[in-house]
Design a protein around this ligand. Structure first.
Ligand code: 16G
Ligand code: MG
Length: 560
């Protein structure tokens, strides 16, 4: 295109930009000085006190993204997940219910950091031109928030951003992150053959509870499950779903539900606390927990799930046993691939993990299905799982779900017309219900919990039997503060470093000294640090390897 032509086109595309309205609204949401924001692995996240302008600007982004997608509904979720209560953040949800297209992320960062009105407008213009956005298309955005005290204020800022573009608003109010993903997909598929469910919170509960009830029908009940809701939004959501599922179908004790208590959120409880510290939520041993009880924990926005139990007195630290995302992936993959075999259909099941997956889980899974490794972050796993007919993906930290390709769903439905045996018919029915039970837009603590509960019930397993699938290799995760984490560059799904020069060779040399060992280093996408993961066959080697690699990282970078 000639230079003049492209200038004309750019002018034409941006003439509809309501500059005055945007700047007037923006004046009420000034960017704090001296703060640099970054759209990280899962959105923007930092101290709530500095996020007002970011939320306003993400409202602008939401409107533009919806326009770009021909007016389809997109989502914005105000949450900081498992972070402390004083943090907050915002995640954007694309029209199919998945995470925002990665190409938009750098623009979110640029817009959040624009420090003058001119800069703000110029970033908006570059988004419009880059993505060829027709501003005359009306936008619709559904938005929700978690239980943080700062959330309502930040939602107001977000709405101001949306209104500046004349966006049609759908206020979802208090929601779990996966519920918001569900709503986006449900809105966009309403009235189509792919209708995902009623676009309401009630529709969400109905869809998954009906599937669960069909799946567990006739299967003897298990002992009650104890759930730690992290004092977050998972508490009201879980309470709500128990209105749709009677206690004999889902015997459950719901704990850590203090959403109104200041400072309680994710504090000494929740999935991240349990996984990182490899211990019970603080004080849980005094809640009448016994050895062998099935326990699980959500994170603050209920998109992560971790199970655990004690194989001895709960007051003894050594009795703690973790059933993390890897164990959930193994349980689900094993059960689903068995169903596919019984159903006698030509469907390929695969599993997606990250480098953090315990080596024993990868070995276990590889004996059953193909396994892919991706970089950290749901968007990478989700994408890779789409390559399989049925793709199970989980991060060790409990983020994950199962995806059924449209072709797999068609095959399952079609095969039900002429199943090869009664066993095949039963397996096909189960597979069909699983497509309804599982929230396929994103990992969902509640839906994943029901999946685990169903499988355990079908197998009549307690936590010990599930845990018996394989024994985790001893492992450790360390945080190293460095001067500049951007100096750390990785390849091979984050399993190897390409920079700083020479560091990977030193790590390799060190790892080679320990039996059955593995270690990798990556810059965090959510915190200003570098993470070191180490795994060894012998527990006695673990500290020495993890500390040794951390030392190499420090030496190579000059720690802070
Ligand atoms: C975010 C990611 C999570 C990932 C974590 C890694 C989503 C929805 N969340 O919380 O999947 O495990 O970041 O954090 O993608 P890190 O980069 O600080 O290690
Ligand atoms: Mg979360």
């Amino acid at each position: 295109m000639l230079m003049q032509d492209s200038i004309d086109l750019a002018l034409k595309m941006t003439t509809g930009l309501p500059t005055k309205l945007i700047l007037k609204a923006s004046a009420a949401h000034p960017k704090p000085e001296g703060v640099t924001f970054s759209y990280g692995t899962a959105g923007l996240r930092t101290k709530a006190a500095v996020l007002d302008s970011v939320c306003f600007r993400m409202g602008l982004i939401g409107a533009l993204r919806s326009k770009r997608l021909q007016g389809k509904v997109v989502g914005l979720m105000v949450t900081a997940s498992h972070n402390p209560e004083e943090d907050n953040g915002i995640k954007a949800v694309d029209s199919r219910g998945e995470m925002l297209e990665a190409a938009w992320e750098p623009f979110c960062t640029q817009l959040a950091n624009a420090s003058t009105d001119d800069e703000l407008i110029s970033v908006l213009e570059s988004i419009i031109i880059t993505f060829k956005i027709d501003l005359s298309i009306p936008a619709t955005v559904v938005y929700g928030h978690d239980t943080r005290p700062s959330s309502p204020h930040l939602v107001k800022a977000l709405v101001d951003g949306l209104v500046a573009f004349g966006t049609q608003l759908i206020d979802a109010g208090l929601k779990t992150t996966p519920q918001l993903h569900y709503l986006v997909k449900a809105h966009n598929t309403k009235g189509t053959p792919e209708a995902y469910g009623e676009p309401s919170e009630e529709g969400y509960y109905k869809k998954i509870s009906q599937a669960y009830l069909k799946l567990v029908a006739g299967k003897p009940s298990l002992s009650p499950l104890v759930v730690d809701c992290a004092n977050g939004v998972g508490a009201p959501a879980l309470l709500a779903i128990t209105k749709y599922i009677a206690a004999d179908a889902l015997p459950v004790r719901i704990l850590r539900t203090s959403t109104g208590v200041q400072g309680a959120l994710n504090n000494g409880c929740g999935a991240d606390f349990v996984k990182t510290n490899q211990r019970l939520p603080i004080g849980l041993e005094k809640d009448g927990i016994e050895a062998g009880d099935r326990l699980c924990a959500f994170d603050g926005d209920a998109d992560r799930l971790i199970y655990f139990y004690c194989n001895g007195p709960p007051s003894t630290k050594s009795s703690f046993r973790l059933l993390d995302g890897d164990k959930i992936a193994s349980l689900a993959t094993d059960y689903i691939s068995e169903l596919v075999k019984k159903a006698d259909i030509d469907i390929k099941v695969g599993c997606v993990q990250t480098a953090y997956a315990n080596g024993s889980s990868t070995k276990y899974l590889k004996q059953r299905v193909p396994v892919t490794c991706t970089p950290t972050g749901v968007k990478y796993l989700h994408h890779a799982a789409e390559a399989y007919d049925i793709g199970v993906y989980f991060e060790a930290n409990g983020h994950g779900t199962v995806l059924f390709s449209p072709e797999a769903v068609r095959t399952i439905k079609a095969a039900q017309a002429s199943p090869s045996s009664p066993a095949a018919q039963d397996a096909l029915e189960q597979l069909e219900q699983l497509t309804e039970l599982i929230n396929q837009t994103v990992g969902d603590a509640i839906s994943d919990m029901l999946l685990v509960e169903f499988i355990l019930r079908a197998r009549q397993w307690g936590p010990e039997e599930w845990d018996g699938a394989y024994e985790d290799l001893p492992n450790k995760l360390l945080k190293v503060n460095v001067k500049d984490r951007s100096a750390f560059k990785t390849t091979d799904a984050e399993r190897r470093l390409t920079s700083p020069a020479g560091l990977q060779e030193k790590i390799d040399e060190l790892v080679g000294k320990y039996k059955g060992a593995r270690s990798f280093v990556r810059p965090s996408g959510t915190e200003d640090c570098v993470r070191v993961y180490a795994e060894t066959a012998l527990a006695s080697d673990l500290d020495s390897l993890a500390n040794g690699v951390a030392k190499l990282v420090q030496e190579s970078s000059g720690s802070t």
